[in-house]
Design a binder for this molecule. Structure first.
Ligand SMILES: [Zn+2]
Length: 140
C-alpha cells in the first residue's frame, strides 16, 4: 500500500533576483515583503519603484504572518498530477495593509469550517530552498 507523502507534489516558482527573497523567506519561519522606506507601502509583487510615491528606497521587511480570509474555493479537480484533492485555494489579505494579498492554500482545516474574514496565520511548506507560504486558522 502506498503511503501519502508528508507534503504533496507542487509546481514550484522559478526564482529570480526579484522574487527570491519572497520564496526563500520562510527559511526562518517569517514572511517578508518589499516595503517602501519613504511612505511605508508594502509592495507585492515586488517592483523596484513604489507605486504609491515613486520612491526607489525599497527594502525587504518581515511581516507578522497574520492575515484574514478574503475568499476561497474548494477544488476537487485533479489539475496537478500527484497533488491530492480536495484542497482549498484562497485569497488572503495580510493584516499589515489593505490590498496586500496572496493567493494561497488554506491547510489544517476542512473547507466547511472556513469563514470569510477569519484570522489566519502563515505556515511554510519547504521544498529544498523554496518555502511556500500557506495559511492555517490562527489559534484563538
Ligand atoms: Zn512609497
Amino acid at each position: 500500500m502506498l503511503t501519502m507523502p508528508d507534503k504533496p507534489f507542487r509546481i514550484l516558482p522559478r526564482l529570480n533576483a526579484d522574487n527570491e527573497f519572497f520564496w526563500t523567506s520562510g527559511a526562518d519561519g517569517k514572511l517578508r515583503f518589499r516595503r517602501c522606506q519613504d511612505c511605508g507601502y508594502y509592495i507585492h509583487p515586488a517592483t523596484p519603484i513604489c507605486p504609491e510615491c515613486l520612491s526607489k528606497r525599497i527594502e525587504t521587511e518581515v511581516v507578522s504572518g497574520r492575515a484574514t480570509l478574503l475568499t476561497f474555493t474548494e477544488n476537487h479537480q485533479p489539475w496537478i498530477p500527484g497533488f491530492p484533492t480536495p484542497y482549498v485555494i484562497a485569497i488572503v489579505e495580510m493584516v499589515e495593509q489593505e490590498g496586500l494579498r496572496l493567493t494561497t492554500n488554506i491547510v489544517g482545516v476542512p473547507a466547511e469550517e472556513l469563514v470569510i474574514g477569519m484570522p489566519l496565520r502563515v505556515k511554510f511548506e519547504s521544498y529544498d530552498d523554496v518555502f511556500i507560504p500557506l495559511f492555517e486558522p490562527e489559534l484563538q
